[in-house]
Design a protein around this ligand. Sequence first.
Ligand code: FES
Ligand code: FES
Length: 178
Amino acid sequence: MEFTVNGTPVRAEVDLRTSLLDLLRDHLGLTGSKKGCNQGACGACTVLVDGERINACLALAVQYQGRDITTVEGLSGPEGLHRLQQAFVEHDGFQCGYCTPGQLCSAVGMMGEVRRGMPSVVTADLAAPVAVLSSEELRERMSGNLCRCGAYNGIVEAIAETFESGADRQPAAWKEAA
Ligand code: FES
Ligand code: FES
């Protein structure tokens, strides 16, 4: 199977039943993406595929051949941390290393969804372009990413600040192709 992972072409010979998460962690050594529940409930395994967030534990690697995959390791670039990563630091938006990678990847994908006008379950007017990421919208859209130690307030502040700054869609691995 061939993929582009964090901007680098990779080739892997793995069993067809291998999940994308296991491919990344066990075969490519990218252990940033975490295995929490392994059943789609916690969001710790969230990665970006062509800029869209998915739960890598629920995905078969074979389904994503030829696609551009970005893990938390690929969010930063030669210029340093992604703006959202920096905001997490500044707002104390993390306490453990377990949920944070998924929170970061999910937030980058989520902000792209908002910018494309995709509504959420709390969007009142489904026909209106969604340009405002209200606190309610932000919390609903990030509800698939669980944090057991209660860093939510810092996470919300970091995402809101990054979205307002307009610096959200810049993973080094895929910004050139966007
Ligand atoms: S490990 Fe994938 S959602 Fe929990
Ligand atoms: S920061 Fe990871 S569970 Fe809270």
